[in-house]
Design a protein around this ligand. Structure first.
Ligand code: ADE
Length: 225
């Protein structure tokens, strides 16, 4: 899978791509991530990318021309995109189901906004999907984009092995994950539940299911509706 990211501050993206599972996915040739700087498509000598908003009000808006030029250029370079996704707090909420769907795509472009966002005409013409990572406002789309890359990248077939399998993750079966324990069996007087040390697989599965259900009912009843 190939993920292109169009960013205002590309420097924000480099760290997370160079570690752990995302690095391994790239090393295995299962994921390619390319980061592009919107300022390279900026207007004039000062490479301007933003401007005041029509109608007045605080905050700058990313101008349509650099975005259009960038998206057209990248689209041609990539040989087309399956989705062109704009990260924005007013988009539909990103979740595990969307991550699963995106992990099966061949090539996507993530567009990061900044300040008050991007000119609406770019959303109308080029954007095929919008995503918010939660009901809060980040300073820009880069951190949202890297969140999507991480959640999607680990689901690409072949990226995770048995040890890191996504099948037991929270949300993957519609429930929050049950508690987990490792050694020692007794930590400062607190014991690991007996059933987990019993070696009885069916009982362990049953216990995990009950704990997952309990936690989900308590913390996220909306997931059970
Ligand atoms: N850009 C700023 N805030 C965001 C959010 N919550 N989700 C996605 N993109 C954003």
């Amino acid at each position: 899978m190939r993920i292109d990211i169009l960013a205002v501050i590309p420097e924000l993206l480099s760290g997370p791509l160079q570690h752990s599972i995302l690095q391994r996915a790239q090393d295995k040739g299962l994921l390619e991530v390319y980061v592009y700087d919107l300022k390279d498509f900026g207007l004039g000598k000062h490479r301007q990318i933003d401007d005041y908003q029509y109608g007045g009000g605080a905050g700058m808006v990313l101008r349509p021309e650099p975005l259009a030029e960038a998206i057209r250029t990248l689209k041609q370079q990539a040989g087309g995109y399956d989705e062109i996704i704009y990260l924005t707090p007013d988009g539909p909420r990103f979740n595990q189901s969307t991550a699963n769907q995106l992990s099966l795509k061949r090539c996507i472009l993530l567009v990061c906004g900044h300040y008050k966002g991007i000119d609406q005409r770019i959303r109308d013409v080029f954007i095929t999907m919008e995503l918010s990572i939660g009901d809060f406002v980040l300073s820009g789309g880069e951190i949202a984009a890297i969140t999507v890359v991480d959640a999607v990248g680990r689901l690409i077939p072949g990226v995770l092995n048995d040890e890191t399998s996504a099948l037991t993750d929270s949300f993957q079966d519609g429930l929050l994950a049950p508690p987990v324990y490792t050694r020692p069996a007794n930590f400062e007087g607190r014991e690991v539940p007996e059933v987990l040390r019993s070696g009885h697989e069916a009982n362990i599965d049953q216990w995990r299911y009950e704990k997952a259900m309990e936690k989900t009912k308590h913390r996220r009843p909306d997931l059970l509706e």
